[in-house]
Design a protein around this ligand. Structure first.
Ligand code: COA
Length: 709
């Protein structure tokens, strides 16, 4: 395979050819050439069409081989069946990038043709964008190689979109909202170039301040995670993903899998990467409009300034929802705002200037907040009142916005009212000033900014790994493989846990009654007895389990009863013995699972465990590896956390032990290529210092070829 072309030449090509440059103005090939020329592309444009002639003042070449120049980017807009031969010609010409606009490939089942295109391109050092795309826009190259709208406002927002139609519509929407674009790339079927390639370029692109990604699915999850992690540490990434399907979950073999809707894992992972996930397009556009210009806050304290109590309370609620922290230094609030607040107003946060406030009162209060170094961001709310000097609303917002930008402090406005207020919103938006008619929208923008800024400040954590005797685990797995199984029996799983340092109840397998009595006495009463047979899956259903056996005579009775029950209900089952184990005292029951996800690689689930685990569905997920802080965040996201803290006078539970089990499971899944799933359910957790015990452990192996489900 030849070396890959540098992605820079996709977004900053020096020369562009259009194969399928049509002479008919109603065809895509014509529109593309027209857009490229009219945007003032600085490089050379070469229309290609067998008819030759001239198009929009440019000489038309009948074949790409005739072009007297090296070509960085070729846009292809000819029917599907003619694309592969055209790519062959491009290969002879040593083209770098192919943007295949044409539809009719994998999206309609024509997978083979698409595969051939990619193979041919890769063999010749070319890369393919698409197929099935509307094109590419790059502000720095002044290149509009799309068949979308001609005029695209240049700016600092880059958009990557998997949906073509939505992408074209987004161009229109950004123009309307005065959101300038640095790039807009349609990735279509992502046969070769995908969002990860583009993020690698955009993270370094000095013209791009914020990146929005619209996704329908991810092919190479692990690469995507790395690209997102790198990018979100530098620039805000706003992501919208459609298709919250649960189908993937149905195929999963373990709880860890079935607890995770396909979207749950995706959602957890992208948040872990520091990505801001927008619920819908409206929210995404609000965020990018705000984030494209907002400075990063220098601290966590936010002041709300309002002329209405109700709207102020709503903003307070929204702050809690979007994790915006309110400034609560009463003395500081008084010093900052008392001069501008009437006696019947409020000097608590939200600061209520009352319904009689004029534009000048807002200006003064906002300026005072700006000057207070302990206030790091401001939310300003305005309810239309008859007392307000409306003509000063727009200038006041414009001026304070400017002052805040100059001082690098974030400010967000929500204004609510009738026709006059709506007019003010439109006129401010025309000027590119983000103002919102809905309080929650305004606060969610500030919340997104804070989430990004906290992510920038968060330090990467590296955990010292535990020492685990991997060779003993390999030996255990070798024996399981020899037995032609891809799962571990209960006692094997317990042995694996023991090697990995995961505490489990003391367990021994008795082959006869004497051993059963001996082992029970060795372990200490009370004990639990369970049939050991690979043929009996649901042990309690056949009377193969006895709990809380308090003494020797109960052990004798239970041993005989278990064997008799199993033999009479399942006479063909091969019985290997009876397991005697320590009877655990009740504690908080958790589930901790780690598995290799087909798309995202190793992932971990944490949540409330026990037999109702799938009904309760109280779980959080992360891609592995994770540090202690992130594990703690996983725990805090679940209701199980409250139980671990202790309710109704209970003692706090042993969180350190829980974290240790999480880390050990994470290491097992990462360091043992043969394990595909490992799950502890329940992990019974006791009070601080008293540890935790893995009552049940399930271990599944990868299929012999190394694949995972
Ligand atoms: N090299 C150069 N030009 C060629 C060519 C070749 N190998 N083969 C054909 N052409 C010329 C044709 O002569 C024609 O020019 P003309 O109009 O001057 O005669 C032009 O290329 C276009 O070919 P045509 O056969 O008319 O195709 P079309 O314009 O009707 O359709 C596509 C081509 C690519 C637009 C169409 O196949 C398609 O895929 N449409 C969907 C695109 C889409 O929606 N993409 C996803 C968006 S999200």
């Amino acid at each position: 395979m030849t070396e890959k072309a540098d992605i820079k030449y996709l977004l900053e090509p020096r020369t562009v050819a259009v194969i399928g440059a049509s002479h008919s103005p109603d065809k895509i090939g014509y529109k593309l050439v027209e857009n490229i020329i009219s945007t003032g592309f600085a490089g050379s444009v070469y229309p290609i069409n067998p008819q030759g002639g001239e198009l929009l003042g440019k000489k038309v070449y009948s074949r790409i081989s005739e072009v007297p120049d090296e070509i960085d980017l070729v846009c292809i807009c000819i029917p599907a069946k003619t694309v592969l031969p055209a790519i062959k010609e491009c290969a002879l010409k040593s083209v770098k990038f192919l943007a295949v606009i044409t539809s009719g490939f994998s999206e309609v089942g024509n997978i083979e043709e698409e595969r051939k295109m990619v193979e041919l391109a890769r063999e010749n050092g070319m890369r393919i964008l698409g197929p099935n795309i509307f094109g590419i826009f790059s502000a720095c190259a002044r290149l509009n190689a799309t068949f979308g709208p001609r005029d695209i406002l240049p700016g600092n927002v880059a958009i990557i979109t998997q949906s073509g139609a939505l992408g074209i519509a987004m161009i229109g929407k950004t123009a309307l909202e005065r959101i300038g674009l640095s790039a807009m790339v349609s990735v279509g079927n992502k046969a070769d170039i995908d969002e990860s390639d583009l993020l690698e370029y955009l993270v370094k692109d000095k013209n791009t301040r914020i990146i929005m990604v619209y996704l329908e699915g991810v092919k190479d999850g692990q690469r995507f995670i790395s690209a997102l992690k790198l990018t979100a540490k530098k620039k805000p990434v706003v992501l919208i993903k459609s298709g919250r399907s649960k189908r993937g979950a149905l195929a999963a073999a373990s709880h860890t899998g079935s607890l995770a809707g396909a979207d749950d894992i995706f959602d957890a992972i992208i948040r872990q990467c520091g990505v801001l996930r927008a619920e819908n397009l409206g929210c995404a556009f609000n965020w990018i409009r705000f984030l494209a210009q907002a400075p990063l806050p220098q601290g966590e304290n936010t002041a709300i300034i309002t002329n209405g109590g109700g709207i102020g309370v709503m903003a307070t609620d929204a702050c809690e929802k979007y994790k915006v922290n309110l400034y609560d230094d009463l003395e500081g609030l008084r010093e900052t705002f008392s001069k501008y607040t009437p006696a019947f107003g409020s000097l608590k946060n939200p600061v209520d200037l009352t319904g009689q406030a004029k534009a000048s009162d807002y200006s003064s209060a906002l300026n005072s907040a700006l000057k207070n170094p302990d206030i790091h961001s401001t939310i300003s709310l305005y309810c239309e009142t008859a007392m307000f000097d409306y003509e000063n609303l727009v200038p006041m917002i414009e001026q304070t916005q400017k002052d805040y930008l100059n001082q690098k402090k974030p400010l967000v406005f929500a204004v609510f009212g009738g026709a006059k207020t709506e007019q003010a919103i439109s006129s401010l938006r025309e000027k590119g000033i983000p103002v919102f008619p809905e309080v929650y929208d305004a606060v969610s923008c500030l919340g997104a900014l804070y989430a990004h800024s906290r992510h920038l400040r968060a330090e990467e954590e590296f955990l010292e790994p535990y020492s685990i005797e991997l060779n003993r685990i390999e030996q255990l797995i070798y024996e399981v493989r020899n037995d032609r199984r891809s799962f571990l029996l209960a006692h094997e799983a317990k042995k694996l846990a023991e090697i990995a340092g995961i505490p489990a109840p003391a367990t021994l397998v008795a082959r006869n009654l004497d051993q059963a009595i001996k082992f029970a006495e060795q372990i200490g009463y009370p004990v639990v007895m369970k049939i050991v047979s690979r043929d009996i899956i649901h042990k309690s259903d056949v009377g193969g389990v006895a709990l809380n056996l308090l003494n020797r005579s109960e052990v004798i009775d239970a041993y005989e009863a278990i064997l008799q029950n199993c033999r009479s209900i399942q006479p063909d089952a091969k019985i290997e013995g009876v397991e005697i184990s320590e009877m655990l005292q009740p504690g908080v029951e958790l589930i901790i699972g780690a598995r290799k996800d087909k798309i995202f690689g190793p992932v971990m689930a944490f949540g409330s465990g026990g037999k109702y685990v799938e009904v309760i569905k109280d779980v959080s997920f992360r891609a592995l590896p994770v540090g202690k802080k992130e594990m703690m965040a996983m725990i805090e996201e679940t209701r199980a956390y409250t139980l671990l803290l202790g309710v109704r006078g209970e003692e706090k539970k042993d969180l350190d032990k829980v974290l240790e089990v999480m880390q050990r499971l994470s290491e097992l899944i990462i360091r043992c290529p043969e394990i595909s799933d490992i799950e502890v359910n329940p992990l019974v957790v006791y009070e601080y210092g008293k540890g935790a015990k893995a009552l049940d452990i399930r271990v599944l192996l990868t299929n012999p070829e190394g694949g995972v489900k």
